[in-house]
Design a protein around this ligand. Structure first.
Ligand SMILES: Cc1cc2nc3c(=O)[nH]c(=O)nc-3n(C[C@H](O)[C@H](O)[C@H](O)COP(=O)(O)O)c2cc1C
Length: 186
């Protein structure tokens, strides 16, 4: 797939099945992520990869987050939380590893850089014929999950990227009127 086709046609895939990306595919994915634009080369990224039973440990954190939010929560909701990371054979949490108070590189820039790394993961997955979907949801902001994943106070958990083999067809790519988004000063 050529680069412009990839940029124009990348699409998310929520239906994902085994197998997970193999070692070679993952290396290509992380190499792409590490090419994200990065002011002052801070490398403000951390990737936590969950596969196999690692996904169950993540699901346990999601269930703990539900319990913290509502100690009366029932088993149905707890089990639903536990199962969320099992929707794909692999989940990569993308953390913006923020270095506070770096001159000229405020937190926002570092978070954007991590967002670019997350986008690169999606692109590299798509380019290799894999399926990927960026999810956040309330767990990305939950203190129990943040603590369980070892985030520092300034860090942001910006993505849970679900990855795997395509389990369905890509939805049609929406047509957008470019002129509606672009202002030209000439
Ligand atoms: C920061 C961020 C968080 C997102 N979180 C969710 C989410 O929690 N659940 C969800 O269904 N889609 C989420 N999305 C949107 C999907 O990843 C996807 O982009 C959207 O469904 C549009 O599909 P497309 O990527 O094929 O255009 C999120 C996207 C971004 C950028």
């Amino acid at each position: 797939m050529d680069a412009m086709t990839l940029l124009h046609e990348r699409s998310s895939m929520g239906k994902l099945m085994a197998p997970a990306p193999d070692a070679e595919q993952l290396e290509a994915i992380y190499r792409a992520a590490l090419r994200a634009p990065d002011h002052k080369e801070l490398r403000p990224w951390r990737f936590i990869e969950f596969s196999g039973e690692g996904r169950e440990r993540l699901g346990e954190l999601f269930a703990e987050a539900e319990y913290r939010e509502d100690p009366q929560v029932g088993d149905t909701a707890l089990n639903a939380a536990r199962k969320k990371p099992l929707r794909a054979p692999m989940v990569i949490a993308v953390v913006a590893k923020v270095a506070p108070e770096v001159p000229k590189v405020p937190k926002m820039e570092q978070v954007i850089s991590a967002g670019c790394a997350a986008h690169a993961i999606l692109l590299a997955a798509h380019a290799q014929g894999l399926g990927a979907m960026w999810r956040s949801g309330k767990y990305a902001f939950d203190p129990v999950v943040r603590k369980g994943l070892g985030l520092d106070d300034d860090d942001e958990l910006i993505a849970f990227i679900y990855l795997g083999t395509l389990g369905g067809r890509h939805k049609p790519i929406p047509e957008h009127e470019i002129g509606g988004f672009v202002e030209r000063w000439r």
